[in-house]
Design a protein around this ligand. Structure first.
Ligand SMILES: [Zn+2]
Length: 74
């Protein structure tokens, strides 16, 4: 039923129905992607994601910024 096209940065796992995880842009803690929305911009539609980290920081930002975050801090 989900026919939305997702713009997925290279290197990102696709096809998972599980909550997507990333790192908080602010504190670097584990963060959950809570929503995806395509917003219009001057360069055309840009997919944005809502991110909420375990410290309750909440962000709405373009997906390409996610790809620039450090994905694993071990
Ligand atoms: Zn945070």
């Amino acid at each position: 039923m989900n026919t939305r096209r997702n713009v997925v940065p290279a290197g990102t796992a696709v096809g998972a129905a599980l909550p997507e995880l990333t790192n908080c842009p602010d504190c670097g803690a584990p963060a959950e992607i809570t929503r995806r929305d395509v917003l219009e911009s001057t360069d055309g539609p840009v997919e944005h994601v809502g991110v909420r980290c375990v410290q309750r920081h909440i962000f709405l930002m373009p997906t390409f910024l996610l790809d620039r975050l450090p994905q694993s801090q071990r």
